[in-house]
Ligand binder design. Structure first.
Ligand code: FAD
Length: 117
């Protein structure tokens, strides 16, 4: 069995990948319903994340920095800043958020009627 730290890091990599990809694919102009859905998803994510300490800390961060769900850009930047808060706590480097939308292109652009690059 792999060391617990390795498993926790792999879980973190996978979780952050999905987290940032969802935010980078969120509508540019979300409806009120879409805004509510994303907000609920993020609070639920923080509650079900299966590392107790991580979940607790992330819930505190959500209270301090509520999700910015008004547009794709604000949501993706908010997510990047949240991850940076976790990076800071863990002594990791700060990530440059200026290219966050293209960093998390998922290759699913064809799924949408809007033209995505
Ligand atoms: P990760 O932090 O997993 O990042 C993966 C990749 O994402 C990086 O290689 C980089 O390419 C990119 N990236 C880095 N920063 C950003 C950013 N700001 N925006 C966008 N992309 C970025 N671990 C703990 O030990 N204690 C905790 O309390 C804890 N809390 C966590 C809370 C949450 C919600 C999550 C999802 C994970 C948490 N983790 C925690 C795990 C931790 O954040 C890392 O995933 C883990 O330490 C592995 O780190 P890593 O260096 O491989 O890169």
């Amino acid at each position: 069995k792999m060391a617990n730290e390795t498993l926790k890091a792999q879980l973190g990599n996978a979780a952050w990948k999905l987290f940032h990809t969802i935010l980078a694919r969120y509508p540019e102009k979300p409806s009120l319903r879409e805004q509510a859905t994303l907000g609920q998803y993020l609070y639920s994510f923080a509650q079900v994340y299966p590392c107790g300490d991580c979940a607790r800390h992330f819930q505190e961060l959500l209270t301090k920095y509520p999700p910015q769900v008004k547009s794709r850009k604000t949501a993706a930047l908010w997510g990047c800043h949240m991850h940076n808060k976790v990076n800071e706590r863990l002594g990791k480097d700060e990530y440059d958020c200026t290219t966050i939308l293209t960093d998390y292109d998922c290759g699913c652009g064809g799924d949408e009627k809007e033209q995505d690059e």
